[in-house]
Design a protein around this ligand. Structure first.
Ligand code: AMP
Ligand code: MG
Length: 415
């Protein structure tokens, strides 16, 4: 198939990292479909409904302590005696009223009987057969939990857009809700492209390597809780690629490919994107990962990431991750940046924003320090595995001297 070269499709303008991020977030719109899920499957999902309390939680007046329920006017200061007329246990309320000079044995969570307005805790009384003795003044309203103290009937409990955590699970359960409506998960298709790639389990012939990017991507996507559709490895062959792209774009909200995105002889990705859909941009002043094709194929957003494993990972974290967060209705916060002092000097060519791999730590005074993992080439995935942060070196900087303060992005929580 004859396809035009990238240079025929787009002028070779190079975007800054920020410009590219902005373009991506402008193009991506949050999912509009919802689904109803069992509460036990809702952890980490985003609420598409606002939940209001259909009744009070707790639903009844109940005791916060083990002890005795009585009316505070029953007794005066000094040695007092009360007759125990029954028990109110959690789940087994006392049937009847508590009158003057009377009390009811009560346990934590049990309904406070009619006529009682306070609880004496059991450690403060002496128990005899059918009576108790108490020394001291009795105050009303002690150790009583009132209806709706946790959640009042009709009040807003959780708002639409809430990312559900473990506490929310219990809160929703306390309202008796077993199913809730959440935004459906983004569907993300992944394809590894390259004639040299072999799956795990296949022996390697001359010049071949195992496809590692799909495993990195799967893991990164798992972390984001999206649905992954794995299209495996596709050869550097325009018609096969076209078929795979078309099928994937019909099934997924986002298609991520790796490899074949630069301007080599077997790099067809950007051209195909231009042919099947629309290219938004394909070059960023960033290292690693200068070529990155972003656009649309039908309703599917397309990310053509570079094939070098470090570039794949860095471009995913900087560009794809925020896009998927927005798509799934998750808050798109900028990544946490700290300022750290360099323990070593760093090599850097001006013209691109570098995301070099570093190891950082914070000392007892709260100062962050960082040093390079050493080798920084984009095929050395070990540098990502050993690192715990990106060192972000601005586009116009040259070499960085030891002791310079630089921004770092810790990996914690990212993958
Ligand atoms: P490309 O972006 O296709 O020019 O590939 C750049 C480098 O990344 C080459 O050395 C490829 O062999 C390598 N590469 C591409 N795809 C993968 C992959 N899925 N797993 C591991 N390495 C890859
Ligand atoms: Mg290739």
């Amino acid at each position: 198939m004859a396809i035009p070269s990238v240079c025929d499709v787009l002028p070779p303008s190079t975007l800054t990292v920020e410009q590219a991020q902005e373009r991506i977030l402008t193009a991506i719109q949050p999912i509009t479909q919802t689904e109803t899920v069992l509460l036990e499957h809702a952890l980490g999902r985003v609420l598409a409904q606002t939940i209001t309390a259909p009744f009070n939680v707790p639903p009844h007046r109940n005791s916060a302590m083990d002890g005795y329920a009585l009316h505070s006017s029953s007794l005066t200061a000094g040695l007092n005696q009360l007759t125990v007329i029954g028990r109110s246990l959690a789940g087994h309320p006392f049937q009847g009223d508590v009158g003057q000079g009377e009390c009811v044995r009560i346990t934590t969570g049990a309904v406070v009987p009619e006529g009682a307005d306070t609880i004496l805790i059991q450690e403060e009384v002496k128990r005899f057969e059918d009576r108790i003795e108490y020394f001291g003044r009795i105050k009303p309203n002690k150790h009583i939990r009132h209806p709706g103290e946790d959640l009042a009937q009709g009040s807003e409990v959780l708002q639409q857009g809430r990312v559900l955590n473990a506490a929310d699970m219990g809160l929703i359960a306390s309202l008796g809700l077993g199913h809730i409506t959440v935004w459906r998960k983004p569907k993300v298709a992944i394809i590894s492209t390259g004639d040299e790639l072999r799956p795990i389990g296949s022996p390697l012939g001359e010049g071949q390597i195992h496809d590692s990017n799909r495993y990195t991507l799967r893991a990164l996507l798992q972390r984001l809780g999206v649905e992954v559709i794995d299209f495996g490895i596709v050869a550097d062959e325009p018609s096969t690629l076209e078929q795979a792209f078309t099928t994937a774009a019909q099934q997924a909200d986002v298609l991520i490919t790796t490899g074949g995105v630069s301007v080599g002889e077997a790099d067809y990705i950007t051209q195909l994107l231009g042919q099947l859909g629309r290219i938004n941009f394909w070059k960023i002043a960033m290292k690693p990962g200068k070529p990155l094709a972003f656009g649309q194929v039908g309703t599917c957003s397309f990310f053509g990431l570079p094939g070098n494993p470090v570039s794949t990972m860095a471009t995913f974290l900087i560009f794809v991750r925020p896009a998927l967060l927005k798509l799934g209705h998750y808050p798109v916060r900028s990544v946490i940046e700290y300022r750290a002092k360099c323990l070593t000097s760093l090599k850097k060519a001006s013209g691109r924003q570098d995301y070099q791999r570093g190891v950082c730590h914070q000392d007892e005074q709260g100062q962050w320090w960082v040093k390079s993992t050493g080798v920084q080439e984009s095929h050395v995935l070990r540098s990502m595995s050993r690192a715990n942060c990106f060192m972000v070196l601005a586009k116009d900087w040259g070499d960085v001297a030891e002791g310079t303060e630089i921004p770092i992005i810790p990996f914690e929580g990212l993958f």
